[in-house]
Design a protein around this ligand. Structure first.
Ligand SMILES: Cc1cc2nc3c(=O)[nH]c(=O)nc-3n(C[C@H](O)[C@H](O)[C@H](O)COP(=O)(O)OP(=O)(O)OC[C@H]3O[C@@H](n4cnc5c(N)ncnc54)[C@H](O)[C@@H]3O)c2cc1C
Ligand code: FES
Ligand code: FES
Length: 505
């Protein structure tokens, strides 16, 4: 790496990770070779399956373990290996379905429970389900039905009808044994000897400096700090920035794009942190959705359903809030809510930083205000004032793992019954995620009642001329946007949010 700021730190020129207690070193990995291709084609480790190659079916699910922020525990998360590029494994431990047996070839409780409960028929989806169950087992010692459903939302099965698999999710805790083996300890109790041993192994392959691997004149660069990232983007302004890869991965697996230079943000310390100031949540652009959303929900619990319905745990474990914003899709799910919350972005180019309202970030279809060499550094979300009501509703054909036809978000501040402030923002209604300014104008200063809502619903016709596509017709979108505003109005008298997802343990 040419950067002076990287000087003094060793550049790693190979990828190193742990698999089955061994350190694996790969000298010249193809920067966009997926973890799945590596497992199946290079190692002939074929337990992990390929179904869709786009993060939808879960057949390729593996678990990645890393040392957590406290430095004392391992964090295990399921990801989709079909869209994860191999160099992103550097410094981590990879676990596949073959990794779960113990030294005496006993099956893991997640595997044994699948057998006991007849959770497998043709078996194609089974390794993926086992790995999602393993991740659940490691992260939750006593999940309720809702948590089981959520943990399995990214795995599809054509055969079983799911009940036996859900039963296996309960049964696996009865299969537990008292071993020191980290894989066999349910939930996040005390760190045992085996967990400490694994952490020590990971410490040995940690790196302070950047990663730079090349193959066939294509390169994968992974800086460790923000100055090095800013320098690299000046040096390679046309590089592809990679965060979780849940969009970029598909450019390769589905569109067969060749990416010459990839700059990975996932190892940049400053971008993977989130803090709460007196006025804002400040979320680094490489914080995963899994880590970012609980912070947001602590302050805006009414957005819980939006989070649960965003893709699946493996996608949220890799994908980031920054990637969702920067991708610039008109149907991204977090943008309407972030617009309604009057979010701002910190953008950085070289040594220069500027703050831009999210509302000014989107210029045209998949075109943003980012300049060449500039990147999203942080997402600044204002903390709520006590009297603001915020809701977001997603309309899609399936409940889980589906892209929105329309996504709406509203934020309302009343003084008495008069509307003091109101923001309405939509995805799926235009070429960009956008506020409905005519609708907002129709309400601000008015009484919050059915007459003013009716006028605001009509004003939505002036705000948007949506398209028809495979997800919804233009007429449907126009109508549903109005209905969602009405839903928000009808729910505004109730303490409860107007989501569609209500069931207990
Ligand atoms: C199966 C599946 C289901 C999905 N479901 C949903 C869903 O329900 N709702 C939804 O909204 N989306 C969904 N997505 C899309 C995707 O998961 C999200 O957009 C995600 O937030 C992208 O984040 P990422 O970190 O993976 O981005 P990446 O793929 O790494 O990057 C996305 C884009 O952002 C750019 N970028 C990344 N970081 C920065 C930065 N710091 N500065 C500037 N540019 C940057 C990249 O160059 C790229 O253009 C789904 C995707 C899949 C595969
Ligand atoms: S192969 Fe379908 S999610 Fe990876
Ligand atoms: S057992 Fe056949 S797809 Fe699940």
């Amino acid at each position: 790496m040419a950067s002076a700021k990287a000087a003094g730190r060793e550049i790693r020129r190979c990828v190193r990770f742990i698999l089955d207690d061994e350190v694996v070193t790969i000298k010249h990995p193809d920067p966009t070779r997926t973890v799945l291709q590596y497992l199946r084609e290079d190692l002939q480790r074929t337990g992990t399956k390929e179904g869709c190659a786009e993060g939808d079916c879960g057949a390729c699910t593996v678990v990645v373990a890393e040392v957590d922020d406290t430095g004392t525990r391992l964090q295990a998360r399921a990801i989709n290996s079909c869209i994860q590029f191999l160099p992103t494994l550097d410094g981590k431990e990879l676990l596949t379905v073959e990794s779960l047996r113990d030294a005496n070839s006993n099956l893991h409780p997640a595997q044994q429970a699948m057998i006991e409960c007849h959770g497998s028929q043709c078996g194609f989806c089974t390794p993926g389900f086992v790995m999602s169950l393993f991740a659940l087992y490691k992260n939750n010692a006593n999940p309720g039905r809702r948590e089981v459903d959520e943990a399995l939302a990214g795995n599809l099965c054509r055969c079983t009808g799911y009940n036996p698999i859900v039963a296996a999710a309960r049964e696996m805790y009865r299969e537990s044994s008292d071993t020191e083996d980290w894989r066999y300890q349910a939930g996040d109790g005390q760190a045992g000897k085996d967990e400490k041993r694994r952490i020590a192994m990971l410490r040995k392959i940690e790196r302070d400096g950047p990663l730079q691997v090349t193959a066939d004149k294509r390169q994968f660069l992974a800086p460790r700090d923000i100055n090095a990232l800013a320098d690299l983007l000046l040096q390679y302004p046309s590089a592809t920035l990679l965060a979780g890869g849940t969009d970029v991965g598909l450019w390769v697996t589905k569109q067969h794009r060749v990416l010459d230079t990839i700059i990975y943000t996932g190892d940049v310390a400053e971008l993977t942190r989130a803090t709460c100031t007196e006025t804002h949540l400040e979320i680094g652009s490489a914080v995963t959705l899994t880590d970012a959303m609980p912070l947001l929900l602590e302050h805006y619990p009414s957005l819980t359903e939006l989070f649960i319905r965003f893709a699946s745990p493996p996608i949220r474990n890799a994908g980031t809030l920054g990637g969702n914003i920067a991708n610039g899709s008109p149907i991204g799910d977090t943008m309407p809510a972030l617009l309604a919350l009057r979010t701002q972005l910190t953008l950085r180019k070289g040594d220069e930083t500027r703050i831009l309202p999210l509302a000014d970030f989107y210029l045209a279809y998949q075109e943003t205000a980012l300049r060449k060499g500039e990147f999203v550094e942080r997402i600044l979300i204002p903390l709520p004032t006590h009297d603001v009501r915020v809701e977001s509703y997603k309309i899609s054909k399936r409940f889980d793992q589906d892209i929105s036809a329309v996504c709406a978000a509203f934020s309302l501040q009343l003084e008495g019954n008069r509307v003091a402030a109101f923001v309405a923002a939509f995805g799926g209604m235009a070429a960009i995620p956008a506020r409905a300014l005519n609708c907002e104008r129709a309400l601000v200063g008015q009484q919050w009642n059915s007459e003013s809502i009716a006028a605001a619903m009509n004003a939505l016709d002036e705000d948007f001329t949506p398209l028809s596509d495979m997800r919804a017709s233009a007429a449907y979108r126009q109508q549903v946007s109005k209905n969602l505003l009405q839903r928000f109005f009808l729910a505004s008298g109730s303490a409860r949010s107007a989501g569609v997802y209500h069931y207990g343990r």
